[in-house]
Design a protein around this ligand. Structure first.
Ligand SMILES: [Zn+2]
Length: 245
């Protein structure tokens, strides 16, 4: 199966990265978010296969406060978000772009990605799939915090409570990525609740799909909202439908 056929089967709503940047940029401009008054953050996995796409987003928005952690977990925490929110232009907006990633090989196999200068495709996301292997080998596996591997501990702690949802799935690698998506979104909102930023915050969440070399990455959107904590907690405006339907 070609990677494109597999992509359309597994992520039917995925759009190519160039379209993603332009479509969301246009939609957000209509809501008052411009590169001049908005500071972007990306919360995505550190893997170099995400870099080209993240850089393209950064280029569009001008700058990017990188809150990435392994697996795409917001391991920068409240301190990271606080610094980010203090760097935004005065009276301006935040734009939080988040999600885990999954590879798709040239042969259309999920959880594998072709890397520059390597003959065989490798795992993506390695953080999530490494954890999956541990739990598949030992259902009683317990994540442990160590000073030499703190980010992986955060990923594993967030996922272990969701193990029932991915261990028995038809494709556990795809399912663990989906569960990671939910864990990232939940934690991002928890941090934003604690942050109390007094201005509009746009959120865009989904799954990064890493395609073969020299192909545009794709993005399977899951969430697009604008929230405002200035006296009105919660989702203020959902802009998913206008962008992705
Ligand atoms: Zn990764």
């Amino acid at each position: 199966m070609s990677w494109k056929t597999a992509l359309q089967t597994e992520y039917p709503n995925a759009i190519d990265w160039t379209s993603l940047i332009n479509t969301t940029g246009k939609a957000l401009a209509g809501k008052g978010f411009t590169p001049k008054n908005t500071l972007l953050t990306n919360i995505s996995c550190r893997d170099e296969v995400n870099a080209t796409s993240v850089d393209a987003f950064s280029k569009y928005w001008g700058e990017n406060f990188n809150l990435s952690g392994l697996g795409g977990y917001p391991s920068g925490g409240l301190t990271g978000f606080t610094a980010y929110s203090h760097h935004v232009p005065e009276g301006g907006n935040l734009f939080v772009f988040f999600g885990p990633h999954i590879g798709i090989s040239p042969e259309g196999e999920l959880c594998l990605v072709q890397r520059r200068g390597r003959h065989q495709p490798g795992a993506a996301c390695g953080s999530l799939l490494g954890f999956l292997s541990k739990v598949q080998a030992n259902r009683d596996y317990t994540p442990k915090l160590t000073s030499i591997d703190p980010e992986q501990y955060l990923v594993e702690s967030a996922l272990i409570q969701r193990a029932d949802k991915f261990l028995n799935a038809a494709n556990p690698g795809k399912a663990v990525t989906e569960e990671m998506y939910h864990a990232i979104q939940e934690q991002t909102y928890t941090i934003l609740d604690a942050l109390g930023f007094e201005g509009p915050i746009a959120l865009l969440g989904g799954i990064f799909v890493n395609t073969p070399l020299d192909e545009d990455d794709y993005f399977a959107p899951r969430h697009a909202a604008i929230i405002n904590y200035n006296g009105q907690n919660g989702v203020k405006h959902d802009w998913y439908t206008e962008c992705f339907s």
